[in-house]
Unconditional design. Structure first.
Length: 335
């Protein structure tokens, strides 16, 4: 019987490990890092890595918005729009520069989120722009024509001076104006007025990014089943007709009917690194039990494409002792 190959992608693994103090131990994760065989997929970003795992060739700019729309609708649209992501963000200004300090809705409740969405929607609709709010934390914009320029990806723009991260292309002036109009509208939005008075964080802008058309399916998709809540992996799974399952905190290693190739693209559900690693530890411990039985082979990747392949041969590398994750943070890429 051929073993199932399970790929576990943990995009924020390095950051989580870096936040762990020495007393905390995670034996299963430590065993994979210490005894696993080194693997690497060269990729420009974590989303490029996702495309590589699905065997899809990707350019420098990725159609994140189109895949997000497919993921949020849970179906492939029959249209041929050029899609653009529009994410709620918080900007902060000093005497000379403006920075994006965070993205997402942080502690806003559902009523506040709807108020922010309605405010942004009114600005865009006045410009004839169709916004889709299929997900409560983000929006997608459908355009009839492609843009002649690229917006800076959200994670890249985070912490940059906004003046440097906004596109300079002549055709981007329209979008820069809309960006300013949305900021003005959000400044006067009642929910933000209330939150400023309370000394709480406000959503005072949006970030456009991830433009593109929906990509073609892979010529030979290497994945049978995908467990994830990440919009890019979910979108790629849908267009490639993979079995798609939501990632849950209680995700268990029961892959008997999932085919020979399984991807778990792990999205943290907690802001606390130790808590999230404890959940991952439970999952990896179950996976290692299946490795011991010869049922699966496990490959663990971080968001930069650095990985460890753990199989029955790796299990026998007893001379590689387990070391705490905190100590392995700077050296887990060692062969």
């Amino acid at each position: 019987m051929t073993a199932t190959h399970v790929t576990l992608l943990v995009e924020d693994f390095r950051n989580m490990v870096g936040a762990v103090n020495e007393p905390h131990r995670f034996p299963a994760l430590e065993q994979v890092l210490s005894r696993g065989h080194a693997r690497r997929i060269q990729s420009a970003s974590s989303n490029h890595l996702r495309f590589a795992l699905f065997n899809i060739k990707a350019g420098e700019a990725l159609p994140v918005a189109a895949l997000t729309h497919v993921s949020d609708r849970e179906s492939t649209p029959g249209d041929d729009y050029y899609w653009l992501r529009s994410d709620p963000v918080t900007m902060w200004a000093d005497m000379a520069k403006v920075f994006m300090t965070s993205h997402g809705f942080t502690d806003l409740d559902a009523y506040e989120r709807n108020e922010i969405e309605d405010c942004i929607r009114s600005v865009l609709e006045d410009e004839g722009i169709n916004i889709h709010g299929d997900h409560p934390e983000r929006w997608c914009i459908a355009l009839n024509e492609p843009l002649e320029f690229e917006f800076t990806p959200l994670e890249t723009a985070l912490g940059m001076d906004v003046a440097d991260s906004l596109p300079k292309h002549p055709e981007a002036r329209f979008w820069r104006r809309i960006h300013n109009e949305i900021q003005v509208a959000l400044h006067h939005c009642p929910v933000n007025i209330r939150r400023r008075q309370q000394g709480r964080q406000v959503i005072n802008s949006v970030w456009f990014w991830g433009g593109g058309f929906l990509p073609e399916a892979a010529p030979s998709n290497p994945i049978d089943t995908v467990y994830s809540n990440h919009p890019v992996s979910r979108g790629l799974a849908i267009i490639n007709d993979c079995v798609l399952k939501k990632q849950k905190r209680s995700t268990t290693a029961d892959f008997n009917s999932d085919g020979r190739l399984v991807l778990i693209d792990w999205v943290p559900a907690s802001q606390y690194a130790v808590e999230e690693l404890e959940i991952l530890e439970s999952l990896v411990r179950q996976l290692l039990e299946k490795v011991d039985k010869g049922d699966i082979v496990l490959t663990l990747f971080d968001g930069k494409g650095e990985g460890r392949l753990y199989n029955k041969r790796a299990r026998l590398r007893f001379w590689r002792r387990r070391i705490p994750l905190a100590s392995s943070h700077s050296s887990h890429a060692r062969a």
